[in-house]
Write a new protein. Structure first.
Length: 301
């Protein structure tokens, strides 16, 4: 358990985005609430940035370690109150100026995080208060990702989709409808990423859209599937990106593999200099779990 939190603290891109965002958001004397303290890192940053009081909420037993770390590092800090609870069941003595939360999915929000943010906005944040991060953007891009595709699709090779005499080939075409969370690197992104949705946490928390996308694939390569990732937006203009073009983080990334037929279909398109790719894509809130973002239709021409 502790090694997970140590890895979080060691990730420079997220730590520096939160540090800069917290420094930009907090004015001396502000009150702050953090949800998901882990080792206490962001609560400590907030306190050192001049917060008069920080409430930090954590559901896990790691909060005991955070308290010890606070005592060991207390010298430059003000008051921090540790609250062991799930945030929706926690009660604070006052509403706060700044609310810090980080426990997202590689694509940003799932219904669970949506509820946490809604509840926190309603019960913990003063009207006009600031979220850190204050919002997110969700991106989508076609990828060449040989290793990921091999792992996800070719694990049961088409000619041998049989194990112990049982035929599993029916499962193959279902794979593109399932999101994979992968720590593997893609070879490269085949076209500029498309922005699917952006969310301001102080105003809106649902990802809700249905649209048809047309992407122009300009780089030569092989399309193995689609990548999707969140980028978090911080006060002061800083970003923390989970993009395939940034170093991998503990969040991993989302990959939607294409079945082999689509990869073969590219051979015709490859003769042209540019591939155009159309994906009818929607997130149905009723289905939006980490496993079920639908990609019902992809056409290449
Ligand atoms: C990704 S970790 C971040 C930890 C910390 N911010 C850090 O950088 O070390 C998320 C933490 O949030 C906690 N958490 C998530 N949702 C929570 C909630 N609604 N209430 C309390 N704790 C929560 C988890 O137990 C976990 O420790």
């Amino acid at each position: 358990m502790v090694s997970f939190y140590r890895k979080l603290v060691a990730e420079h891109s997220r730590i520096s985005a939160f540090q800069q965002g917290i420094d930009a958001a907090i004015r001396p004397g502000d009150t702050v609430c953090e949800i998901g303290t882990g080792l206490g890192t962001y609560a400590f940053m907030a306190s050192r940035a001049g917060a008069a009081k920080v409430y930090t909420i954590e559901k896990g037993s790691v909060i005991e370690l955070a308290k010890k770390l606070y005592l060991a590092n207390k010298k430059d800090m003000g008051e921090i109150e540790f609250v062991k609870a799930y945030s929706t069941e926690a009660h604070l003595k006052e509403k706060v100026d700044v609310l810090i939360f980080e426990d997202y999915d590689c694509q940003g929000l799932t219904p669970g995080e949506e509820l946490i943010l809604k509840d926190a906005r309603r019960r913990f944040l003063k009207p006009g208060g600031t979220f850190v991060p204050w919002g997110m953007e969700l991106f989508w891009a076609p990828l060449q990702g040989e290793k990921i595709w091999q792992k996800e699709i070719s694990c049961l090779d088409k000619n041998k989709e049989q194990v112990l005499g049982l035929d599993f080939s029916l499962t193959r075409d279902l794979v593109p409808h399932c999101r994979v969370k992968t720590p593997l690197e893609a070879d490269f992104v085949l076209s500029p990423p498309v922005l699917l949705d952006s969310i301001d946490f102080a105003e809106k928390q649902e990802l809700e859209f249905s649209r048809e996308l047309t992407m122009e694939i300009t780089k030569p390569g092989t399309l193995h599937g689609f990548g999707s990732w969140a980028e978090f937006l911080f006060p002061g203009g800083h970003r923390f990106s989970l993009s395939y073009e940034e170093p991998l983080t503990v969040y991993s990334r989302a990959f939607f593999p294409l079945p082999e037929t689509f990869v073969k279909g590219l051979e015709t398109a490859r003769r042209q200099n540019t591939w155009l790719l159309q994906a009818l894509f929607f997130i149905d809130p009723a289905f939006f779990t980490p496993q079920s973002i639908f990609l019902p239709f992809v056409r290449l021409w």
